[in-house]
Design a binder for this molecule. Structure first.
Ligand code: PEP
Ligand code: MG
Length: 286
């Protein structure tokens, strides 16, 4: 412990240095946040922004979903607490390993990770999704907010999301409430199908973020929460690396930013490899 504490202390001296490689390549180091305490940690570590705000934690361990105002209060706290650095708010990723108490999957669902989760659930439940989008949009009037969609597997979902977002904007305009009309919309690449079709997603979205926690799970067919198979969980599997490379290359071709927000991005063992593959934005726990 003393050795790792010493190392952490020596790294703290570097927090205000730019994150540039020896050969002059700039990187962005951003944070994954969930709880209010993470906001302070993100600021005190001088992160360049928040690359993943996991909103589902507002919805868990309670009997009903928070309403639009309660959500807005949480997003406002994050945006204002970050004091001008950009924040990427991920739309609800409920289902599978992140269950709402009152919407637990019924017993006929054998494979929740392959079931109605994340964007699939949101598009099917407008009563849940509309106030969520309105709250995120209202937060975008308060500071630099981007919106990010988890678990995309086909373009239809992107089109439906954009239509729903447009409706939410129009309803806010009718209500006289402010939002950033030019809010950036990005997608998470977590499903192998989306990585293989990264060009198509890159054409329609403003940025992509590689969610390796799920991408590894789905590529290698191992449940990320099943201890019996976690010895197979390998971000360096050649198939996973090929998919990651496809996404980075698609971002370059379409001139959009690519980040990584799975745990792989915060693991020092993988950073040299990912830099070499062309990744320049790393989002990790503060
Ligand atoms: C991921 O899948 O890599 C990710 C960042 O999302 P989560 O861990 O919240 O599923
Ligand atoms: Mg995920």
């Amino acid at each position: 412990i003393r050795k790792s504490e010493r190392r952490a202390t020596s790294l703290l001296k570097l927090i205000n240095e730019p994150a540039v490689t020896l050969d002059g390549e700039s990187t962005r180091l951003v944070a994954n946040i969930e709880l209010p305490d993470d906001i302070e940690a993100t600021r005190s570590l001088a992160a360049d922004g928040v690359g993943l705000y996991r909103t589902e934690y507002l919805f868990m361990n309670r009997s009903s979903a928070p309403d639009e105002e309660e959500q807005l209060a949480a997003y406002r706290q994050a945006v204002e607490g970050l004091d001008g650095i950009p924040i990427t708010i991920r739309t609800l990723d409920l289902g599978a390993d992140k269950q709402l108490d009152n919407c637990s999957q019924d017993s006929t669902t054998c494979n929740p990770a392959l079931g109605l989760r994340a964007i699939r659930l949101c598009l099917k439940e407008p009563k849940l999704f509309r106030p969520h989008l309105r709250a995120i949009l209202r937060a975008s009037a308060l500071g630099p907010v981007k919106i990010m969609i988890p678990m995309l597997s086909n373009l239809q979902e992107v089109h439906q999301l954009k239509a729903t977002l447009q409706e939410a904007k129009e309803s806010l305009t009718r209500d006289g409430l402010e939002y950033a009309d030019d809010i950036c919309v990005g997608g998470m690449i977590e499903v192998p199908a989306a990585a293989l079709a990264a060009d198509a997603f890159a054409r329609e979205l403003d940025f992509l973020s590689i969610g390796t926690n799920d991408l590894v799970q789905y590529t290698l067919a191992i449940d990320r929460i099943d201890d019996e198979v976690n010895y197979l969980y390998d971000p360096l599997h050649p198939s996973v690396l090929r998919l990651i490379q496809m996404v980075i290359d698609a971002g370059k071709r379409h001139n959009i930013p690519i980040s990584m927000c799975g745990e792989m991005a915060g693991d020092p063992r993988y950073i040299p490899l990912l830099l070499g593959m062309g990744l320049r934005e790393f989002s990790m726990q503060p």
